[in-house]
Design a protein around this ligand. Structure first.
Ligand code: PRE
Length: 273
C-alpha cells in the first residue's frame, strides 16, 4: 500500500491536503505522521511514497524554510492542493499566560497576536501540536484551525482571526525524484524550476528572464533563497504555467535547461475539489 507523510498528528491542514490527494487517487493509503516538515520531506529517503509540504500562503507568501527543503532534498513535485485556511483563537482562561501557535500560522494572525500584551507567544511545529500543548497547560490559549472542535464549554473561542478572510495555503505533493518522469500532456500544467546561477555579474537575472520572454513563456513568480555558502549568492525558484501545446512547451524548457544550471522540481497539475 502506498504511504504518505503528513505533518503533525491528525487534524492538521496538511492532513486535509493529503486526504484530498488520496481521494483523487481513489485507492488506499497509509498515513504516516511526523513532528516537523523537515522529517516529512526526509521520509521520502526512508521509503515513504509521498509527502505533503505546505508551500505558499496568501498572507505569508512562500515559506522560506520549506523552499530550502526542496533545494536540499532529491524530490519531485507531482501535484498541488490549495485549501481554505481559517483559524480560531481558543482561551482556557480569561487572561492566559501563554499562547501556542504554529510558526507559519503565526504570520497569518498578526493582528490578533499584536493585541496580546503580556502573553508569551510559543511557536510550535504544527497546528495539532498547538492544540495539544494547550490541552496540557491550564494557563494557556492556542491558535488552531477552525475545523478543530473544542469540547469544553468554559473555554472562550474567538472565530476567524486570520488577518484576511480569504486565506489560502498551497500544498505540494512530493515524491522521490523519478529518473524518467512521464507527464500527462492533456492537462494545463504548472512548472516549478530551480536555477543555480553561479557567479554573479551585471544583468544575470535579466539573461535568465530573457530566455523565458523570448519563448513567450509567462512566469507566475520568481523567488530567491540564499545558497548559504556566501552572502549575496542565491538559488532562484521560477514558477510558470504551460498553457500552449505542451510538447512544444516542454521543448522550450529543455532548451533553457541547456543554457543554465536548471533543475525541474516538478511539472504537475492542481487537484481541484
Ligand atoms: O500545522 C498544520 O496544520 C499544517 O498543515 C502546516 C501549515 C503550514 O505550515 O503552512 C499549513 C497551513 C497553514 O498555513 C498553517 C500551517
Amino acid at each position: 500500500m502506498p504511504t504518505i507523510a503528513i505533518l503533525g498528528k491528525k487534524d492538521t491542514y496538511s492532513e486535509q491536503a493529503a486526504s484530498r490527494f488520496i481521494k483523487k487517487q481513489g485507492s488506499d493509503f497509509e498515513k504516516v505522521y511526523y513532528k516537523t516538515t523537515k522529517e516529512v520531506v526526509k521520509s521520502l529517503d526512508e521509503g515513504i511514497t509521498y509527502a505533503v509540504l505546505p508551500f505558499e500562503n496568501t498572507l505569508e507568501g512562500y515559506v522560506n524554510q520549506h523552499m530550502d527543503l526542496l533545494i536540499e532534498q532529491d524530490i519531485e513535485i507531482i501535484n498541488e492542493v490549495t485549501l481554505d485556511i481559517q483559524f480560531n483563537y481558543v482561551k482556557r482562561v480569561d487572561k492566559p499566560r501563554r499562547v501556542y501557535v504554529q510558526y507559519v500560522a503565526k504570520n497569518q494572525c498578526l493582528n490578533l497576536i499584536e493585541s496580546l500584551n503580556d502573553t508569551e507567544i510559543i511557536t510550535t511545529e504544527s497546528n495539532s501540536e498547538s492544540y495539544e500543548k494547550m490541552l496540557q497547560d491550564e494557563d494557556s490559549a492556542s491558535i488552531i484551525p477552525s475545523h478543530l472542535t473544542v469540547n469544553n464549554k468554559h473555554w472562550m473561542i474567538k472565530k476567524d482571526i486570520s488577518d484576511t478572510h480569504s486565506n489560502h495555503t498551497r500544498f505540494l505533493i512530493l515524491t522521490k525524484r523519478r529518473d524518467n518522469p512521464v507527464y500527462d500532456l492533456y492537462q494545463t500544467l504548472k512548472v516549478t524550476l530551480l536555477i543555480n546561477v553561479g557567479k554573479d555579474k551585471p544583468g544575470l537575472l535579466y539573461e535568465i528572464l530573457k530566455e523565458f520572454a523570448k519563448r513567450d513563456m509567462s512566469l507566475i513568480s520568481i523567488m530567491s533563497r540564499p545558497t548559504k555558502n556566501q552572502i549575496g549568492t542565491y538559488h532562484f525558484f521560477i514558477e510558470l504555467y504551460l498553457t500552449n501545446e505542451l510538447t512544444n512547451e516542454l521543448q522550450k524548457i529543455n532548451e533553457i535547461e541547456r543554457l543554465f544550471q536548471l533543475k525541474i522540481l516538478g511539472i504537475y497539475k492542481k487537484i481541484e475539489e
